[in-house]
Design a protein around this ligand. Structure first.
Ligand code: AMP
Length: 326
């Protein structure tokens, strides 16, 4: 744990009157939870300061957590401290005005690819950025205030980014911090109802994915969802992107890929794996992410087939050289 960096960040926050929090584009539960959780902690700890959360997009998946702040005058960025959470590279920050801030702090758990903060708290081993923020709170709990609302945001990010505490990145520390958050009174029944209740159309879409998904020679499961199909099921782009999760438990399939066509024709790729490292494959297509959860874009079906072929070769190599996989 980078206790000294955490204390330095607290010191920096103390020295500013205005703090603006940013996260990555197309935010997931962790990015929303971390940004909203941090905002809540800072607002409760420093009621005299102006704390804003200003991003250009939101997440339907965790919309139940509530919205964003109203945009503020551009001039107000200039003497503000910017804190960017859950974002490895500055190109993915969901508000281009982040560069106007006087200083930036990065708080992240991704493999570092771009150092963009004057102060950086990066702990790759954390299962979520929310876990890291909870740890930051704990290291500075003599000055920071945790509330039930903040704990709910952070706990939501922790459960969504760790596959409900199933992933290998979950450590004893993850659960101890989650326990600390639960002690604040997080309503888990309401949270899980929000996470699991599905629209009728979504379930129909799920059955479509199971019918149309394919599997490569060495076990890469994949599905392609074009715009027409997505609209037929009445789904937003983000809802359609959730289909990668439907393929996560096929025996012998240690890599699974979802290709979802966007409104601009570009195909978003969501890569997931068990045991096999796939972030380098995503990086070779201009994307990135974690060892077992990455993302990138491809331009057309031809590039899609090429990526599937590379994933298949990766999996073949893994299976030939390793034992004990399912
Ligand atoms: P996703 O499939 O969007 O949930 O992404 C899985 C992981 O890969 C997340 O940690 C993302 O931050 C990262 N990621 C997704 N898309 C990209 C991209 N185009 N470039 C870099 N990292 C990405």
């Amino acid at each position: 744990m980078n206790r000294q960096v955490m204390r330095n960040i607290l010191e920096k926050i103390r020295s500013y009157h205005r703090v603006i929090i940013f996260r990555h584009l197309r935010p997931d539960g962790d990015a929303v939870g971390a940004s909203k959780g941090l905002r809540e902690i800072l607002r409760s700890s420093f009621p005299e300061k102006e704390i804003y959360l200003l991003n250009s997009d939101y997440s339907d998946y965790v919309a139940f957590l509530g919205g964003e702040d109203e945009e503020i005058d551009e001039k107000l960025y200039e003497d503000a401290l910017g804190i960017v959470v859950d974002t490895a590279t500055s190109q993915r920050i969901s508000n281009p005005k982040f560069g106007l801030c006087k200083e930036l702090i990065k708080i992240d758990h991704h493999i570092p690819t771009d150092a963009y903060g004057a102060l950086e708290l990066v702990e790759e081993e954390r299962s979520s950025c929310c876990e890291l923020i909870a740890s930051f709170y704990q290291a500075c709990s003599d000055e920071l205030v945790m509330t039930k609302e903040a704990a709910t945001y952070l706990y939501t990010g922790m459960v969504t980014d760790s596959g409900r505490f199933r992933f290998r990145s979950v450590s004893g520390d993850t659960l101890r911090l989650a326990g600390m958050l639960l002690d604040q009174g997080v309503d888990t029944e309401q949270l899980y109802a929000n996470l699991y209740m599905k629209e009728f159309d979504t379930l129909k879409f799920q059955s479509y994915v199971y019918q149309t998904m394919e599997i490569s020679e060495n076990g890469v499961a994949y599905v392609y969802v074009d715009q027409k199909t997505r609209l037929r099921f009445g789904l937003s782009f983000e809802e359609a992107c959730a289909c990668v999760g439907y393929m996560d438990s096929i025996k012998g399939s240690l890599i699974w890929l979802a290709f979802i066509e966007g409104t601009d024709g570009v195909i978003r790729v969501r890569l997931r794996s068990r045991f096999v490292t796939i972030n380098e494959l995503a990086e070779s297509y201009g994307g990135g992410g974690h060892a077992c959860a990455s993302g990138c874009n491809v331009n057309d079906r031809k590039q899609m087939r090429e990526l599937i072929g590379k994933a298949d070769a990766l999996l073949k190599d893994y299976k030939e050289n390793n034992e004990g996989w399912l």
